[in-house]
Design a protein around this ligand. Structure first.
Ligand code: ZN
Length: 308
């Protein structure tokens, strides 16, 4: 019963959390108070990747019409999943596929079959056709795993840690030799993750920029100063409550399209990023090290090993 109550509360939170945008651009604060406490929802289980011959068979099996609909919408769906208008959903496909537990390509019948099974588990109409309701649920799940977001939806903006308790990364660990401040355990977790990524994927190891840090802790004062200096505060949002104030949020180099920076949220850049080996590896493995993603920004990850 306690579990069911927790689950009901979790879905109430999901519905609310899914409406919010939180990112490197700080979240609005204060936010509406939410009284129900959500049960923590674990990350989705790892998705096994079968050998190519078996994968081809598995990914060809499933509802064809749904697969065709997904193939079209993946490049053409006109929507605004994070308030800003976008076209298509390929940029979210790697994380979404992980959530629905498939290694099949998004336009394949196998993907549609896995999606339908996930929709059924989620109590959604099991059509196997990607839609807004699916994404809202997915987004709610990802937001619920971000402890910072779970606090902010309850109206809590955690105070920043004392800077003397933070650890500075080495120049060789930063993008462009930038050094960032993080909580020591978060920095240790990032180091373990990067070592594993380089050991497990030669393509990641081949470019020393991959997974280097370009932002960590940002003091609320510095964010406020930047907001004032740039004259761009996202309305009143920017200077208020960023996850980067916690010393647990990191921005990582996962690639950049020609002409864009590693933190540009321009759609062509985000699409480039989600196709890189570094990003694909993070989607599959970052949770092993306690990191959880923010789907809108492929470079932004938050460590969940300590309370914000
Ligand atoms: Zn960030």
């Amino acid at each position: 019963m306690r579990f069911l109550t927790g689950l009901a509360a979790a879905f109430a939170v999901l519905a609310f959390v899914a409406l919010r945008v939180t990112s490197c651009a700080p979240v609005p604060h204060p936010v509406p108070t939410l009284t129900a406490a959500a049960a923590p929802i674990p990350p989705p289980p790892p998705v096994p990747t079968p050998p190519p011959a078996r994968a081809a068979i598995e990914c060809a099996a499933g509802p064809l019409a749904a697969a065709q609909a997904n193939a079209v919408s993946m490049g053409a769906l006109a929507w605004a999943p994070f308030r800003r208008p976008e076209v298509g959903w390929e940029v979210y496909a790697p994380l979404f596929a992980r959530e629905v537990r498939t290694a099949c390509p998004p336009q394949s019948p196998g993907f549609a079959r896995a999606l339908a099974a996930w929709e059924a588990r989620q109590g959604l109409p099991a059509q196997g056709v990607f839609n807004d309701a699916d994404f809202t649920r997915f987004k709610g799940l990802t937001q619920t795993r971000r402890t910072f977001v779970m606090l902010s939806v309850q109206g809590v903006c955690p105070p920043p840690p004392a800077e003397a308790t933070l650890e500075t990364s080495r120049p060789d660990e930063g993008y462009g030799a930038k050094q960032v401040l993080l909580r020591p355990a978060a920095l240790a977790a990032w180091r373990a993750m990067v070592a594993a990524a380089r050991a497990e994927d030669p393509q990641i190891a081949a470019d020393p920029r991959n997974l280097t840090l370009f932002s960590g802790y940002r003091s609320p004062d510095a964010d406020a100063a930047r907001c004032a200096a740039e004259g761009n505060c996202d309305g009143v949002i920017r200077a208020t409550c960023s996850p980067h104030r916690t010393g647990l949020a990191i921005d990582l180099y996962v690639g950049q399209a020609p002409g864009y920076g590693p933190d540009s949220s321009a759609d062509p850049n985000r699409l480039f990023m989600i196709r890189t080996p570094a990003y694909r590896w993070l989607v599959a493995n970052a949770d092993r090290f306690g990191f959880t993603p923010y789907p809108f920004e492929p470079w932004h990850w938050e460590w969940t090993g300590e309370a914000p």
